[in-house]
Design a protein around this ligand. Structure first.
Ligand code: SF4
Length: 342
């Protein structure tokens, strides 16, 4: 690491500790579909789904979604956001789901379902703490290329309406799609203009079948640079870093650069594996206490967790089936070796 980046990260690290406790956690993004009516964002695995499949037929079952929320709550995972393809659920379906989720979490969640039209926001208001704009990049030219059918303007309208309703605002940013360091000023201006409370800084994952399939993976120094710059410019901004499992060894640097939390890790598929252990160790290396667990299943009365909910007996039974399916898989996870880069 060059000395400029070293100084930048040190500065960001001190600012983080002045504004936040020395802790971190895993944030789960709970998905409700694997298809999307937009479907052409260049980096997104949903752009590779078979064209013949209607996005509304790619919904995950209600019991599977709700079981995941029960799991997340009891393992101490924060909810990064509830998300999925745009236009997959009707507003009525979304509202019903959000109501059920709130009963489980007892806490309002972040919602990321594309640019929600301002008249619709009040319907979701009782169940959500804020809206996430999947903005991905603020460079206008790059944005047109990577998100040809997902312009920024509707997100800007959503942020303005959310502010009036007292909802928090979050955005996403993917490092490695072609942005330049000079674009930092555009990002800072956008954060200031919409009083953004939280940003998710991901590193590009070159998914097979996407236009970025052959693209290089951004280095930990590149991702850390963006995080550190934002920590310095916005000392109290909530910054989440997203890491895929090939980059677990990057986590301590990203936390030192000023990230609050970690996401993108396939927490159920990799629960309890050496990769999950390494993620928790990386937090410790950065001097952070890891809240929640990715490695130890608590001895809990899972049936009791379901029983106390007000849902119909039929739904509870289905949730129970799904929850035990997840738990059984997590208990059986085979050790997965660590990448050589760690
Ligand atoms: S709108 Fe979101 S879910 Fe749909 S293709 Fe683009 S990034 Fe993927």
């Amino acid at each position: 690491m060059n000395s400029d980046l070293y100084s930048l990260i040190n500065h960001a690290h001190h600012l983080y500790l002045q504004n936040f406790p020395p802790t971190t956690c895993f944030e789960r993004a709970v998905f409700f579909s694997w298809g999307c009516t937009i479907g052409d964002c260049g980096f997104c695995y949903m752009s590779t789904q078979p064209a013949g499949k209607k996005p509304t037929e790619t919904k995950r079952s209600t019991e599977s979604i709700l079981a995941e929320f029960i799991l997340a709550k009891n393992l101490g995972w924060e909810i990064g956001f509830f998300t999925g393809g745009i236009g997959v659920f009707t507003p009525n379906e979304m509202e019903a789901l959000l109501k059920a989720i709130l009963e489980i979490t007892s806490e309002k969640i972040w919602l990321s379902i594309g640019p929600i039209s301002p008249p619709l926001l009040p319907r979701y208001l009782p169940y959500i703490k804020g809206v996430v704009g999947s903005t991905e990049t603020i460079n206008p030219e790059l944005h047109k290329i990577v998100c040809p059918s997902k312009p920024l303007k509707p997100y800007e309208r959503m942020f303005a309406a959310a502010t009036e309703l007292g909802l928090k605002r979050a955005m996403t940013f993917i490092v490695g799609m072609g942005e330049q360091k000079e674009d930092l000023i555009l990002l800072q201006n956008f954060i200031t203009r919409y009083s953004i409370d939280k940003i998710h800084i991901y590193g590009l994952v070159p998914h097979p079948g996407t236009v970025f399939e052959q693209a290089p993976i951004p280095s930990k120094e590149e991702q850390a640079w963006w995080i550190a710059q934002l920590r310095i410019a916005f000392p109290t901004l909530d910054i989440q870093c997203g890491v895929w499992e090939d980059r677990i060894g990057n986590v301590s640097l990203l936390l030192k650069a000023g990230a609050n939390s970690i996401s993108k890790f396939r927490a159920t598929a990799l629960f309890g594996t050496p990769l999950a252990q390494e993620l928790e160790r990386q937090a410790a290396l950065a001097g952070r206490k890891f809240r929640g667990t990715l490695t130890l299943l608590p001895a809990l009365d899972w049936d009791g967790e379901i029983e106390k909910l007000s849902f119909s007996g039929e739904l509870k039974e289905k949730i129970q089936g799904k929850l035990y399916e997840y738990i059984t898989k997590m208990q059986r996870n085979k050790p997965i070796s660590l990448p050589q880069t760690i």
